[in-house]
Design a binder for this molecule. Structure first.
Ligand code: NAD
Length: 257
């Protein structure tokens, strides 16, 4: 039997890379994507370590034409994509009156519209195969808001709505679609927002970690890449065949409050 293939956007860093390694460890071929300058090397090393086949593409998730070419390349190489993880994302923190229009467009483009474009491109093959597992990496910010994150919160709320819609459409053709909603995970996206948070809240770095990041969570610990990756593996497993349309919180009790 041929190995299954998982396509993960934004998978040469952080959560996406953790998800890629977890699926590779289960024998999936991996389609990597990301803008890290050493992405090709990162993908080659991780796939080699797991002994699986792979493809790497630096397709820009802001460019629908590049996304369609990327999906076509992946399907040409592997025939079918069993698991699609829409994970690529960026963040920007600013009060609304200063929020740059270009940042709004980029966040909506990468964190929301790209999921639509990738899903649309892969969907016909999943439908023809009568099998698909779509996992969208949303956020606790897909369920609740925080100040100064207008674009991100809007995009992640939108992503959860998109996920529910394709869950309904996929139900008749073997495709499930779910969101994972992490709380804070210590990755580059979090590191990058520390200076912005310091400025927006007029706080020190230590205060940002304690009073902005972990204050939201009942469990005062960062979530881990590994716990998000294991959640993705579960949603792709046979045991999850009737789990569709959910938003799975992995957030230390943030949204329980
Ligand atoms: P990260 O910065 O480590 O990884 C983001 C990935 O997306 C990178 O590989 C990057 O190259 C890629 N990417 C960004 N813009 C791209 C573009 N235009 N085209 C292609 N790839 C692009 O951050 P992360 O924490 O691993 O974030 C992954 C996902 O998890 C994001 O959607 C993020 O919103 C979500 N998330 C993260 C946290 C957290 O605390 N880290 C919490 C909730 C949700």
């Amino acid at each position: 039997m041929k190995n299954k293939t998982a396509l993960i956007t934004g998978s040469t860093s952080g959560i996406g890379f953790g998800i890629a390694k977890a699926f590779a460890s289960q024998g999936y071929n991996i389609v990597f994507n990301g803008l890290e300058p050493d992405g090709a090397e990162i993908a080659k090393t991780a796939a080699g370590a797991a002994g699986v086949d792979y493809l790497f593409s630096a397709a820009n998730m802001l460019d629908p034409t590049a996304i369609r070419a990327f999906a076509a390349e992946a399907l040409a190489k592997f025939g079918t994509i069993e698991v699609l993880v829409n994970n690529a994302g960026i963040q920007f923190v600013s009060p609304i009156e200063d929020f740059p229009e270009a940042k709004w467009d980029a966040i909506i483009g990468i964190n929301l519209s790209a999921a639509f474009h990738v899903t649309k491109a892969i969907w016909p093959s999943m439908k023809a195969n009568n099998y698909g597992r779509i996992i969208n990496i949303a956020s606790a910010h897909g369920l609740v808001a925080s100040e100064y994150k207008a674009a991100y919160v809007a995009a992640k709320h939108g992503l959860i709505g998109f996920t529910k819609t394709i869950a309904l459409e996929g139900a008749v053709c073997g495709i499930t679609a779910n969101s994972i909603c992490p709380g804070y995970v210590h990755t580059p996206i979090v590191d990058k927002q520390i200076p912005e948070q310091m400025k927006a809240h007029n706080m020190t770095k230590e205060e940002v970690v304690e009073k902005v990041f972990l204050d939201k969570q009942a469990i005062k610990q960062f979530n881990t890449v590994e716990s998000i990756a294991q959640s993705a593996l579960f949603l792709a497993s046979d045991a999850a065949f009737t789990i569709t349309g959910i938003a799975l919180s992995v957030d230390g009790g943030w949204t329980a409050q």
